[in-house]
Design a protein around this ligand. Structure first.
Ligand SMILES: Nc1ncnc2c1ncn2[C@@H]1O[C@H](COP(=O)(O)OP(=O)(O)O)[C@@H](O)[C@H]1O
Ligand SMILES: O=P(O)(O)O[C@H]1O[C@H](CO)[C@@H](O[C@H]2O[C@H](CO)[C@@H](O)[C@H](O)[C@H]2O)[C@H](O)[C@H]1O
Length: 468
């Protein structure tokens, strides 16, 4: 018997890079076919019947109360019988999704150039489809498309969503696990664009959807269209190369610090700010530590010492504002015009409420310092001695803090920074246990050092000791 779309989706989830609930018991509780982006009267070349977003609400029964997540499939629907198109998922018999009672081929539109050309045209022309009983889709274009080659090409690297390049000019990020409400990445790009901050991509447009959920109407952003940085290299690759070759990276780190400062200043002007007492912040870090110890028991021997590090926040007033939230070398791109910052969605393991909440700018500073440590720890040491690698990392730290305007840090700054580095390293241990168990030694090593009785941080240097 032909498969219905809910069964096909369950099968796709098992292997999709973007499905965050792999390995957990799941149940598809609702399929919401949204209005067609394009739905020509006559099928196009290759039998293309139409392109539509289809939302799949998934429940996980392993937590109480039962949690649900909403995922987006962007489907290219075709008549059967043609050669399987790029991104083919197979065929289904599901009239609500495909618009026909017959069998139809469904494919991931993001892998299909014909489909993605049509998607861009729909967004650019703001062709809002007619709302259906299930919901509505609304396209926003805020900057006219450039007059350039816009041939679609799927992004092939690692990511949590699914992106498509249009020539070398634009990139469309199709969100997979939807944030109900405003998408953070779009909100930040829009706000910083208004501020004229140069360190981020220009936002060209986005697509949002609304649908009914019982008595309620829910909404989420489905995709974001931004400037693509031509020939950009990501900071992680550059830092690894430099470290392995024994090349100093402190000038790049300093420029990165300046870029972060400018982004923080823009965010401070556009989003709410506050000054919080460090005590409750320390308590939140301790709660996160307790949860982390349950998920990663290797943290337990360090827990008491880490609590001591967090306690040092008490008595410190901490300024908070909107921050990047997951600032590391993989979130910065080097262009011929300097560093650019991408992906403002915060840490994937945090709830949406946590990711929207104001936080200390030290979180981002700590994130990048941890990243220099990761790069140093991951670099092959064939051409550099451990001592040289440690020095490389320290020079990155000093350069970055200088560029950010925080060198040398005051004693009070250091206490706060150390707490944020510890909090980040704890997060990383859990992240690595869940995603890359082979990497867990890197953050665990940092935890061990931060938790050691008296790491020397008096000059703002890493709590990770140098080789003598
Ligand atoms: N504006 C851009 N220009 C060029 N490449 C980009 C741009 N934005 C993102 N990328 C590339 O896409 C990758 C994934 O982007 P990201 O926003 O982090 O996606 P996700 O949130 O899905 O993980 C980045 O690591 C980078 O290589
Ligand atoms: O980029 P994401 O938002 O998906 O961030 C998550 O994954 C990152 C790894 O891809 C992870 O970053 C950790 O590993 C990096 C090296 O791969 C390193 O540079 C970072 O410092 C380290 O935190 C990030 O923590 C996680 O949220």
């Amino acid at each position: 018997m032909a498969e219905a779309f809910a069964e096909l989706a369950t099968r796709v989830f098992a292997t999709a890079r973007w499905f965050a609930g792999k390995g957990r018991p799941l149940q598809v509780v609702r399929v919401i076919p949204l209005p067609w982006f394009t739905h020509p009267d006559e099928p196009g070349t290759g039998g293309l019947v139409g392109i539509r977003p289809v939302l799949v609400v998934v429940a996980h029964d392993d937590v109480v109360p039962r949690a649900t997540d909403t995922y987006q499939f962007l489907l290219a629907v075709r008549r059967p019988g043609e050669a399987p198109p790029a991104g083919s998922y197979g065929s289904v018999q599901d009239a609500a999704v495909t618009g026909t009672r017959d069998l139809a081929d469904v494919a991931d539109a993001t892998r299909d150039p014909e489909a993605m050309t049509a998607v861009l045209a729909a967004l650019a022309d703001r062709q809002d489809p007619h709302p259906s009983a299930e919901g509505a889709v609304h396209h926003h274009l805020v900057v006219p498309l450039p007059d350039a080659d816009l041939t679609p090409r799927p992004f092939s690297g690692e990511q949590s969503n699914t992106s498509v390049f249009y020539g070398q000019a634009l990139i469309l990020k199709v969100f997979r696990r939807l944030e109900i409400g405003r998408n953070l990445d779009i909100a930040v790009h829009e706000a910083l664009g208004h501020e004229g901050i140069g360190g981020i991509a220009t936002l060209y447009g986005w697509t949002e959807a609304r649908w009914s959920d019982g008595e309620d109407v829910l909404g989420a952003d489905l995709a974001m269209l931004t400037e693509c940085f031509r020939d950009a290299r990501d900071g992680w690759g550059l830092a690894l190369e430099a470290c392995a070759a024994g090349q100093d990276f402190s000038a790049e780190a300093e420029a990165l610090g300046r870029t972060l400062r400018s982004v923080h200043e823009g965010l401070a002007r556009r989003f709410p700010r506050d000054v919080l007492d460090g005590g409750p912040l320390a308590e939140v870090m301790m709660e996160r530590l307790d949860a982390a110890c349950a998920a990663a028991p290797a943290l337990v021997p360090y827990a008491d010492a880490l609590r001591g590090v967090f306690t040092a926040l008490e008595g410190h007033p901490v300024s908070v504002q909107h921050v990047h939230g997951d600032f590391h070398l993989g979130q910065v791109l080097a262009t011929s015009d300097g560093w650019r910052v991408i992906d403002f969605e915060g840490e994937p393991l945090k709830s949406l409420a946590e990711r929207w909440a104001p936080d200390s700018p030290w979180r981002d500073v700590a994130g990048m310092l941890r990243s220099f440590d990761y790069a140093a720890a991951s670099s092959p040491t064939s051409s550099a001695t451990p001592r040289a690698t440690a020095q490389w990392r320290q020079r990155c730290r000093t350069g970055f803090l200088s560029g950010y305007g925080a060198f040398p840090p005051t004693a009070s700054d250091l206490a706060v920074l150390r707490a944020y580095e510890a909090d980040k390293a704890v997060y990383e241990v859990v992240y690595e246990v869940r995603n890359r168990p082979d990497w867990v030694g890197i953050p665990l090593g940092a935890v061990a050092v931060i938790a050691s009785p008296s790491p020397d941080t008096s000059d703002g240097q890493s709590p990770i000791p140098e080789e003598k």
